[in-house]
Design a protein around this ligand. Structure first.
Ligand SMILES: [Fe+2]
Length: 166
């Protein structure tokens, strides 16, 4: 019988939270760079987000969200996937702004409102740990393994999006 040890669960909980924390900080820093019109910094931070978010999205979409459908239903999974779809729209909005020769006040507003729409997904997603905790051990193990695999592979967000036809 598969069992999940306390330390497996703790490793996941901490890792998962740190991924969201890093996502949150990156988006907040992009907002800040936008306000000071530092396009080079935005580009740098977007590169960071691309590396960071790719594996996270991959294991959530491939394994974790589908496993959570047992608790939350299929519609919930669709909603989480739609949030990820929106993250690609936000990323392209930010990239477009970063590539402009000059950032206008309207660009700053547009970029920050895009970030504002994305942030709740990042923090809401972290609460899913409470759901993962009550899944059967074999489902938990599939999630943990998918997470390790995704970080080993290191697919970027843009590569992942292309694979999903986004
Ligand atoms: Fe997440």
């Amino acid at each position: 019988m598969t069992t999940t040890t306390q330390s497996d669960l703790q490793e996941f909980t901490e890792g998962f939270r740190n991924e969201h924390r890093a996502g949150r900080d990156t988006f907040l820093a992009i907002g800040q760079a936008l306000r000071v019109r530092d396009t080079a910094r935005i580009g740098e931070l977007m590169g960071q987000a691309n590396t960071l978010i790719g594996p996270h999205m991959q294991y959530e979409e491939e394994v974790m969200y589908p496993e959570l459908a047992v608790l939350f239903g299929d519609e919930y999974v669709q909603r989480m996937l739609a949030d990820h779809d929106r993250a690609f729209v936000v990323a392209s909005t930010l990239m477009e702004i970063a590539s402009k020769p000059e950032i206008t006040d309207a660009d700053i507003d547009a970029g920050n409102s895009a970030i504002q729409h994305l942030l709740p997904h990042v923090t809401d997603c972290d609460g899913l740990v409470l759901a993962v905790e009550v899944l059967p051990a074999d489902a938990q193990q599939r999630i943990f393994a998918a997470r390790h695999r995704a970080f080993e592979e290191g697919t970027t967000m843009m590569e992942w999006g292309a694979r999903r036809g986004r």
